[in-house]
Design a protein around this ligand. Structure first.
Ligand code: MG
Length: 290
């Protein structure tokens, strides 16, 4: 992992899609700081496509897609993507765009679009029920995440969002149980997410870039059109794919739990680290660094 300052102006100027994890990347100690939210607006205002890629539930993604300055949001670790489109009623421009100068450009009324991964399986599947039962019985202190009611396709087991904060080994044990039972599992900084179906943050993010924006993957040049910021093992497929992946400083905590680390690392943690990434790349794009 190189310091952010080592990213070249050519690298910082060559990407078009700004993707980011949410928990402990945009947030700090569970809150979205003003600097991180302002950074999203600045990135959107600079003409970048801004797309959070999160393990958070469908119910949260509805809000994020509608109310944040984003071009889409991938949720539930790749089970779904929500975005807004202009319905083409350009006559209503004046009535609807007064508060979104820097937001994704839209003229008429906005319509929320929802796409679910073809392999996504509803989270009432008996295998997921069995994993949940085993994990909760076996691991003292483990509990269901309180955002579970807003989820469609995964179950989320909370080991660190609330107290008691359990060691990472606990999360590893949950993942092992899930995999023994034939499901997939990824560990974030707060939850272990468990689902059926072959998809992850990366596969859905790539699909969305292709279908919505005409991006073509498969080449080094294409992967350099994407900058991703993240912090933890469920971001690892993104770190592995994109040469311009950046970690916030707290990614160091998971160094021993990941094979693929991001190419760059911020000096600050969480939302402040994300703001540092945004400021650095925007300054380099503007020629602010030699
Ligand atoms: Mg995270």
């Amino acid at each position: 992992m190189k310091a952010l300052a080592e990213m070249s102006a050519a690298e910082a100027s060559g990407f078009r899609y700004m993707l980011m994890d949410i928990d402990d990347t945009l947030t700090t100690a569970g809150k979205l700081p003003a600097v991180a939210y302002a950074a999203l607006w600045r990135l959107a205002g600079a003409g970048l496509k801004v797309i959070p890629v999160t393990g958070r539930p469908a119910g949260w993604c509805d809000l994020i897609a509608r109310e944040w300055p984003v071009d889409g949001v991938v949720g539930e670790n790749g089970a779904l993507v929500f975005w807004e489109e202009d319905d083409g009623s350009a006559a209503e421009v004046g009535a609807h765009n007064t508060a979104q100068n820097a937001a994704p450009s839209m003229g008429g009324r906005r319509v929320l679009k929802q796409e679910f991964h073809p392999q996504a399986v509803r989270n009432d599947h008996p295998v997921l029920e069995k994993i949940k039962k085993r994990a909760l019985e076996e691991i003292t202190g483990l509990r269901m995440a309180k955002d579970q009611f807003a989820r469609l396709f995964d179950i989320a087991l909370d080991f660190a969002e609330e107290d008691p904060v359990l060691p990472l080994e606990t999360a590893e044990r949950v993942r092992a149980i899930a995999e023994e039972e034939g499901a997939r599992a990824k560990i974030s900084s707060i939850h272990v997410n468990v689902w059926m179906g072959e998809y992850d943050k990366l596969s859905m993010a790539e699909h969305f870039l292709q279908s919505r924006f005409g991006w073509r993957g498969g080449t080094e040049a294409a992967y350099r059109e994407v900058l991703f910021a993240g912090d933890s093992p469920n971001d690892e497929p993104m770190f592995a794919r994109f040469p311009l992946a950046c970690g916030v400083a707290n990614v160091e905590r998971y160094r021993n739990y990941m094979k693929h680390l991001p190419g760059f690392i911020a000096s600050r943690e969480g939302g402040e680290g994300f703001a540092e990434i945004a400021e650095t790349v925007l300054a380099k794009r503007a020629g602010g660094y030699g």
